[in-house]
Design a protein around this ligand. Sequence first.
Ligand SMILES: [Fe+2]
Length: 370
Amino acid sequence: MRKIGLCLAFLAFAGIAGFAQAPKSSISKTKPAAKKPGSTATPKRPEVTPPDGSIATEPNLKIAFIGDVGIGTYQRAVLNLLKSEGAQAVLHQGDFDYHSDPVGFWSSVNNVLGPNFPYFVSVGNHDVGKWPTTASPSYAGMQLERFPRMGITPDSLELNNQMYSVTFKGLKVVFVGEQNGVGDAIYAPFIRAQLKSDNHAWRVCSWHKNMNAMQVGDKTDDMGWGVYEACREAGAIIATGHEHSYERTKTLANFSTQAVDPDYPDPNRLAVTPGRTFAFVSGLGGESIRVQKRCWPIDPPYGCKGEWAKIYTSNQKAQYGALFITFNVNGDANKAHGYFKTIGGQVVDEFDITRQSGAVPPAAAAPAKR
Ligand SMILES: [Fe+2]
């Protein structure tokens, strides 16, 4: 009886101490450091590993996503926003300075963020002339010089094919290029190869261009569906630019048909798992702001097939800004939180993402054709 009483007393204490609140999906590998009396330092969070044994990102890893940036006042305002929001890295989805000026572009980045700040780029159509390392100077060449300063070793030092991957603080990112017509034949197989045996909990696909149905302006079918579907099949978040506005999908079960996953219709509660993910255009980096040409009306519920969770263009009086996603939030390696913030300080989109391991049932992965 005494033993049972002691057990009950311990369980009651554990509940009060919050251990009972620990997410079931998390396994503590290390004990949290005890806070010293009077200390103002925040105790280090315990490392957590998702139950499927995948590799977690560092706790509260905040990444900024920008595209179509240009050079000058608005670019600086956006870069300063990234700094003030505490982003730990930038993933730039193409179109840098629009002047084919690698030195000017990278200098403008360094002037605000410093020469060692983790800054990773996907090549855009306005960057392609000075991308190859055979150009002098070269955007890719200067990215390569930056890797060791950031403490990063990419999968390959060959960037002339516009494809590479990195792992940053536990986040796997695959970058592909902007050439029309090679998405299905070259970029999609690269993405599949990169993600097939990868064991990171959170993965991102980053590129510049779009399919017409994956943006709300007048961009055409440049990428092919293969890249979108390769990332969906692997459960990787899809980051794009090119159209100068911000738009984000709901959780999609099929990109080529824009089918919303019937199990996750909530626009602000997304799920990412092999077979389902979401995509966004984050093209308000500073160059210009365009109108909404597709999927009217301009307020939710939007048109087309109901695939859009948020549309933010000049019709919604958009300002420049960036999308931020924080991974491994609140001590849960399978949770992430996203928000789009403008240089005026307004949060115009906010959403939660849950990552699940394992494959989705075939019915959800391939909705029946009607
Ligand atoms: Fe572009």
